[in-house]
Design a protein. Structure first.
Length: 544
């Protein structure tokens, strides 16, 4: 276990490159580009990785919050390193960058005016209004349509919108879920963002989310006047619907006006019987919002493939560069360095990019991607996956690295998120066999980690993805592995103590770097076609 870091090895790489160039030493690794896969795997330098890690998570980076000077310093650092590696710019306008304009939206000075069936509702008592990042003013009046749970999922045989036209209307739904859903289906379909996106795709102008009895704590209505804010990017092609939040008592009153009983409607929905109908009256909303613009960037670099056919295809190797910045101090430290979350993934990609650059060109092209705003809701990867800086049809796979947790878990097994959804599973099998490691099933499948990091942004665009983490097997002791895992998340996750002073396992980190290297190598060079498994729920929903 390492408690301190040697000086940055990037400086040594630059000096070696300069020396090779100056004296004409033939065969220097930075220029020869002839390493075999075994040689490149063996040459992965843990000291070089620690050098990148030290720099990216230093106090100078101030926790790399999206749009902050510290994050901008991190992007400049990454760009300097990939320029040294000779990777091609794959951002906008011949650069390595993709610029994104984010906005933080808050309520305007005047309280919103909201009326339903002619009755004025009281802001912060009866409802909350989600501030809009893509408009400063709202002046809307439209009829309300109740759409059950607001879920449209024909792939699982459930559709609250069947037979209902909501174009130009406001949809109202209960934030609960139908029965019989599997865990992943429950997580994906139950997300508020998914339901709002469904309403928008159906042509709705507004959304009323009803906090059911089981979800009253999800929105602090009482503090809505002071604390309500939103963070997002301005989507040039998709304006978000106006969003209100009601508690179930207010919703019950509205359904009563429409001649319906809330409890009976809810019981039918929970029995699996969709309940959708016009309420017969309108919602009107007048409101204003204040905006604060935050500019940030994704960073993209390309290693072109050599195969005449496969070289047109691109494998995206991604990690998020951002963390949560400077916050309330804990034990006197207010800088949340984010060393493992996720300077480790970002440093890992830099390290692996150097190895691939020292090899013969891969068959498929590899795009190295550092994204912003993962901590804000996967926003940077969502933007790049929707509006990629290369031709979208070229992208065939995503391999994401979010936290190299081998730093605190020396296990003989790995968990592969996404393994059951596509034949990218073969890359996992190959890498594990090469390293004499095993694969374990997810010990907490109910957490559905696969849809909680940046790979999910690619999945939503129909692109197969994979992500690996350490398992729990420490010398056959699964309990010890769980204890180590739980202890790190309890003591370090999103805390200032996730810094370079925490103990780290060189062996665990190196093994995980090698594993991810082998996986990307296999996807780029050994796989003929990359395909979803047809029985995958994610394929049924997004892949088709």
């Amino acid at each position: 276990m390492r408690n301190f870091i040697v000086p940055n090895a990037t400086t040594m790489r630059k000096m070696l490159t300069a020396l090779c160039t100056a004296v004409g030493i033939w065969g220097c690794a930075p220029t020869q580009k002839s390493l075999t896969v075994d040689q490149a795997k063996a040459a992965i330098s843990i000291d070089e990785f620690f050098g990148y890690l030290t720099d990216l998570s230093s106090d100078d980076m101030r926790g790399r919050d999206t749009g902050s000077p510290g994050f901008d310093s991190a992007t400049e650092y990454v760009i300097r390193r990939i320029e040294e590696l000779g990777l091609q710019p794959a951002g906008e306008n011949g650069s390595y960058r993709q610029s994104i304009t984010f906005r933080k939206a808050t309520q305007g000075e005047a309280f919103p005016q909201v009326r339903v069936a002619g009755r004025r509702l009281r802001f912060g008592e009866h409802y909350a209004l989600v501030p809009q990042v893509d408009r400063e003013q709202v002046d809307m009046e439209a009829p309300i349509v109740f759409v059950g749970f607001g879920i449209s999922a024909p792939e699982v045989g459930y559709d609250d919108y069947q037979g209902i036209d909501v174009t130009g209307k406001v949809v109202m739904f209960i934030q609960n879920r139908p029965p019989g859903l599997k865990s992943l289906e429950n997580t994906v379909l139950g997300r508020s963002k998914n339901r709002v996106n469904t309403a928008r795709a159906k042509g709705a102008l507004g959304v009323i989310r009803v906090l059911d009895q089981t979800s009253l704590g999800q929105w602090p209505l009482a503090s809505a006047k002071n604390s309500s804010s939103s963070f997002g990017y301005v989507d040039p092609f998709n304006r978000s619907p106006v969003q209100l939040v009601l508690n179930y008592r207010q919703a019950g009153g509205l359904l009563q006006l429409a001649g319906k009983d809330y409890r009976q409607v809810r019981q039918q929905l929970l029995a699996g019987n969709p309940q959708s109908f016009e309420l017969g009256f309108d919602l009107s909303v007048k409101a204003s919002f204040r905006h604060e613009e935050i500019l940030s960037q994704n960073i993209a670099a390309l290693l072109p493939g050599k195969d005449k056919t496969l070289g047109k295809e691109v494998v995206v190797l991604s990690a998020h560069l951002d963390h949560v910045g400077v916050k309330n101090p804990i034990r006197g430290d207010s800088i949340y360095n984010g060393t493992l979350d996720n300077a480790s993934g970002s440093a890992g990609i830099l390290t692996l990019a150097g190895q691939f650059a020292a090899m013969k060109p891969p068959k498929r092209s590899i795009l190295f991607l550092w994204v912003t705003a993962e901590e804000k809701g996967l926003l940077g990867s969502d933007y790049w996956a929707k509006y990629p800086t290369i031709t979208a049809s070229r992208i065939v796979a995503n391999h994401n690295i979010d936290m190299i947790n081998g730093a605190f878990l020396e296990t003989s097994d790995m968990i592969a998120y996404g393994y059951e959804h596509s034949n990218l599973s073969r890359s996992v099998d190959y890498a594990l066999k090469e390293l004499s490691m095993t694969r374990s099933e997810d010990p907490v499948p109910e957490e559905n980690y696969f849809v909680r990091s940046d790979q999910y942004s690619f999945v939503k665009q129909g692109i197969p993805a994979i992500w690996v983490w350490r398992g729990r097997d420490v010398g056959g002791d699964m309990l010890l592995g769980k204890e180590n895992y739980d202890a790190w998340f309890a003591n370090n996750y999103h805390r200032p103590s996730d810094d370079m002073n925490q103990p780290m396992s060189e062996r665990g980190l190196l093994e995980e770097l090698q594993l991810n290297f082998l996986m990307t190598y296999y996807i780029a060079n050994e796989m003929q076609s990359i395909d979803w498994y047809e029985d995958s729920f994610l394929y049924q929903r997004y892949g088709k």
